[in-house]
Design a protein around this ligand. Structure first.
Ligand code: PGA
Ligand code: ZN
Length: 415
């Protein structure tokens, strides 16, 4: 495929921070076509993620890269991505920046799908199959982050939000995605009314991922509220958590409710919460280098194959770190963030490797998002178990949930 031109510019993300948007141009059947992609950015980043280059600097570096891209043809996603990887030449992608490389890799994927005349999710499915992996694709269960704590709460620095955990999620337990989305939207409104009554309107804020942020006194208080609202209305919802434990890791322990807990005390605390609130998944329960604490924790769930221990900062969508996690049996699901690794084909390779080892995959947005909906196609394409795109509110989150709805309808009309 021959790319005719690429325009790169700096746009603002949902937090008002600079990020990159790329438009690819190509000739298709005598007409000029273009596709647009943009990249998000994280706040509770893992230390082993590829480097996010300051967008203005990325823009300066782009001219040289563009010249090299436009000078040749590329026959596959892998060839294009490998070309960028070799231009950068570092494992952390610090020369060109993981964000610049990714926005180009996404653009190439979108353009390839257009040239092949198939939706992006089908293109990504074909690319994944290229890694010779067999898997039973499911339509991803959405994980809606309805209460935002930790680094995403916005209130913590003012000493108001005492939630140590970063994400309190509701996960619809229905196969029909459109039903799950409506239930989540109804629950979200109900939760808002409840919180406004409990804390008063001027104390209910939105966190970075559009979940509510209020002066809660403890993790349990937030869990209790969600759990009771689900029970009362018999909603087909279960609870999931992202602890983002590297954020509360201090002097070898974990700060919970103002106290420092050891990893085994923390595991006991989780066990109690899981039983009390019927929690079905926990992401990043321990610090990003604690492969062994993760694996001790997972071993508690031998008979509960439905419980997910999800690795995010532990594995950072990186095959080497995933290999360690698989060897040590640290988790049974991996969070996939394209920004952590920087190319579409490397992310697909990680997914294939996870599947070959019977792990599940959950695709994720970042806390600083754009209106790009690439991850919705990515999640369906890889037949992911789940997708995290924040609360069912705000345009940058809804872009992903609505694209999923569109794909859901498209798939179900056909069959
Ligand atoms: P981040 O957090 O996008 O701010 O890094 C998201 C997560 O931890 O899953
Ligand atoms: Zn996380």
């Amino acid at each position: 495929m021959r790319i005719k031109d690429i325009h790169l510019k700096v746009i603002l993300d949902s937090r008002g921070q600079s990020t990159l948007e790329a438009e690819f141009f190509a000739e298709l059947k005598g007409e000029t076509k273009s596709v647009i992609s943009s990249v998000p950015s994280g706040k509770s980043k893992g230390s082993y993620e590829v480097v996010f280059l300051e967008p203005q600097l990325a823009l300066e570096k782009f001219d040289q890269v563009k010249e090299k891209i436009l000078a040749r043809d590329f026959v596959s996603q892998k060839e294009f991505d490998d070309f960028l990887i070799s231009l950068d030449g570092t494992s952390s992608k610090k020369i060109l920046g993981g964000n610049l490389i990714l926005v180009l890799s996404m653009g190439f994927a979108r353009l390839s799908a257009l040239f092949q005349g198939i939706p992006l999710y089908q293109y990504l499915r074909k690319e994944l199959e290229g890694f010779e992996v067999s898997f039973i694709p499911v339509f991803p269960f959405p994980f809606f982050n309805v209460i935002n704590g930790g680094a995403h709460s916005g209130l913590r620095n003012e000493g108001k939000n005492f939630l140590d955990f970063q994400e309190f999620q509701i996960i619809p337990q229905v196969k029909d995605y459109s039903v799950g989305l409506s239930v989540a939207q109804e629950f979200y409104k109900k939760l808002q009314r409840f919180l406004e009554e409990k804390f008063s309107k001027d104390q209910v804020f939105l966190g970075d991922e559009a979940g509510f942020s209020c002066p809660f006194s403890s993790n349990e208080e937030a869990l209790e509220i969600i759990f009771e609202l689900i029970k009362k209305a018999h909603y087909p919802l279960k609870i999931g958590l992202d602890i983002a434990a590297s954020q509360i890791f201090e002097k070898g322990g974990y700060r919970i409710g103002g106290k420092l807990l050891s990893s085994s005390q923390l595991a006991d605390y989780y066990k109690d919460l899981i039983n009390r609130y019927e929690i079905i998944s926990i992401e990043d329960p321990f610090f990003e280098d604690s492969f062994d604490d993760f694996s001790n924790f997972l071993s508690l769930f031998k008979d509960a194959s439905n419980f997910l221990v999800i690795a995010d900062d532990l594995t950072v969508t990186n095959k080497e770190r995933l290999t360690t996690a698989i060897t040590k049996k640290s988790a049974n699901a991996i969070l996939i963030k394209l920004t952590q690794i920087g190319t579409v084909s490397e992310a697909l390779e990680v997914v294939a490797f996870a599947y070959k080892n019977n792990w599940k995959a959950v695709v994720s947005h970042r806390s600083g998002e754009t209106l790009d909906d690439f991850i919705a196609d990515f999640a369906v394409g890889i037949g992911a178990w789940g997708i995290k795109a924040g609360a069912p509110a705000k345009p940058e989150r809804m872009a992903k949930y609505y694209r999923l709805l569109e794909i859901w309808q498209e798939i179900n009309q056909k069959s």
